[in-house]
Design a protein around this ligand. Structure first.
Ligand code: KIV
Ligand code: ZN
Length: 515
């Protein structure tokens, strides 16, 4: 790999997925993995195979699916851990085993209860075991930024001598600062034996809001792999955000000594949207690069400048991250062909049945809403890409609510293709609606979170609802979008219940579900 290229190691499916509210099932992980391959990440860390049967199956499934991107499985240094990762990665065209152990005295004393010498033995043994399976082995010194620097040199000396090809220096607790981290990377590059034969990698957590700054400082000090996640999701305050580091390097190549990444930046926005729609966690509006307001110029003086010359206030364009400018794109006279073309421009290639569903939703929306924005189309797509073997599908519904009568909802559902109808009362319209759906589906799930947000500005905006439910310790998220937020709510709730049904059916058949 050229020294001018910074590898992007995506850990959305591992470090990202293990954070609360971000779990994904197997089909969701596969669809995100395909999108990450399209985005052009160099390595996808698909999971931690020993953590659970579901994790093992996910890593195996991603390994089977991807032909270009390296697929990585995480393992502690234990023999069995490494063995599980190796087994899960067997179908991969480009497998990478990633093994790690903590190296700070704090972790050695309180967590591992091991001596420094014992840790060195573990590093040597695990890396050699992994190298017995593949040539691409990454070693991580967990809590590296709170480890003794000289000991860290010994740890990486050992890893490199045992055959590690990537040395990762995690800021596990988000503690370091840009100058300190850059100095540490410089120290390791200078002092680790064989440093010129390996890639130094960085993995930052965002506890102090410094993950992106720390990763970029490390690149300036010679690191050539960044571990990151889409939308910055991850443990606690999250990980380094992929879109931010990639766009910083691209926009400021002058500062980053001409280095670049292999990312197709026009896939950044579709990746962000896909992840949000899968996990039901919207991106904060002021989030750099992918937030709703990232390219919105509100102040008059800015608008004036941008109209005269975009360079006055725009350092990158929305188009460069795959975000078409937010203009009216389609109307009710637009046909199938134009609709398909527009979706392709936005990065969506739908299967025939999904396309037909999306087109019908588009036509219905165009009848109800004058202006259709790209965000509306994206919401329609994520609403239309649903499993075809759903047990429940929403039919008609009527809601009555207000200040005087007790709110009620009459809902019709197809249950195993049989129509069923019921009416329920509730403290509010959503409560009544969910009670009716609960009765028709006979679900025992508990509602954990209900979120609604407008996809675009304007009173006729589409409402996007995500609903988190839990049953028998399994949490799933359902989504729905519609110009009527109550219909969107019903869709989201039915979607979540269908997901739980899918898990139950797979469980009964003894098949893995990915969580
Ligand atoms: O934060 C961390 O230290 C990790 C390692 C497993 C790389 O996620
Ligand atoms: Zn981490």
């Amino acid at each position: 790999m050229s020294d001018d290229i910074v590898r992007i190691f995506d850990t959305t499916l591992r470090d990202g997925e293990q954070s609360p509210g971000c779990s994904m099932n197997l089909p969701e992980k596969l669809s995100l993995a395909r999108q990450l391959e399209k985005l052009g990440v160099d390595v996808i860390e698909a999971g931690f195979p020993i953590a659970s049967e579901g994790d093992f199956e996910s890593v195996q499934a991603v390994a089977r699916e991807l032909r270009e991107t390296s697929v990585c499985g995480l393992a502690r240094t234990g023999r069995e851990d490494v063995e599980r990762a190796v087994r899960a990665l067997e179908p991969a065209v480009r497998p990478r085993v990633h093994t790690f152990i903590a190296t700070s005295d704090i972790h050695l004393k309180h967590k591992l209860r091991m001596s420094r010498e014992q840790v060195l033995e573990e590093v040597d043994r695990a890396v050699r075991q992994a190298r017995g399976f593949c040539d691409d082995v990454e070693f991580s010194a967990e809590d590296a930024t709170r480890s003794d620097w000289e000991y860290l040199v010994q740890v990486f000396d050992t890893a490199v001598a045992a055959g590690a090809t990537t040395c990762n220096v995690p800021d596990t607790v988000g503690y370091t600062t840009p100058s300190e981290y850059a100095a540490l990377i410089g120290h390791l590059k200078e002092n680790v034996q064989g440093a010129d034969r390996v890639t130094f990698s960085v993995h930052c957590h965002n506890d102090l809001g410094l993950a992106v700054a720390n990763s970029l400082a490390a690149v300036q000090a010679g690191a050539r792999q960044i571990e990151c996640t889409v939308n910055g999701i991850g443990e606690r305050a999250g990980n380094t955000s992929t879109e931010e580091v990639v766009m910083a390097i691209k926009t400021r190549r002058d500062v980053f000594a001409g280095v670049d990444t292999a990312i197709r930046t026009t896939e950044i926005y579709p990746s962000s949207r896909l992840l949000s729609s899968i996990i039901g966690v919207p991106v904060q509006p002021n989030k750099a690069v992918v937030g709703a307001n990232a390219f919105a110029h509100e102040a008059g003086i800015h608008q004036d400048g941008v109209l005269k010359a975009p360079i006055t206030y725009e350092i990158m364009t929305p188009e460069s991250i795959g975000r078409a400018s937010n203009e009216l794109v389609m109307g009710k006279h637009s046909g199938r062909h134009a609709f398909r073309e527009r979706l392709l421009e936005l990065g969506y290639e739908l299967e025939d049945e999904e396309f037909q569903r999306a087109f019908k939703r588009f036509k219905d929306l165009a009848d109800a809403k004058k202006t259709i924005f790209n965000e509306d189309l994206e919401a329609i797509v994520s609403d239309s890409v649903v499993a075809t073997d759903d047990r429940f599908s929403l039919g008609d519904m009527v809601i009555s609510s207000g200040t005087f009568p007790t709110p009620s909802a009459t809902v019709q559902l197809l249950v195993d293709e049989e129509p069923r109808k019921t009416t329920a009362l509730g403290v509010g319209p959503v409560d009544a609606l969910f009670k009716a759906i609960t009765e028709l589906t006979d679900t025992k799930c508990e509602l954990i979170r209900y979120q609604v947000h407008a996809v675009t500005a304007g009173l006729d905006a589409l409402g996007e609802v995500s609903v988190t439910v839990s049953e028998d310790g399994r949490r799933v998220i359902g989504h729905g979008a519609h110009e009527d937020v109550l219909v969107a709510s019903a869709k989201a709730y039915v979607h979540a219940i269908n997901k739980l049904e899918w898990h139950k059916r797979r469980h009964q058949l003894g098949e893995p579900t990915g969580i």
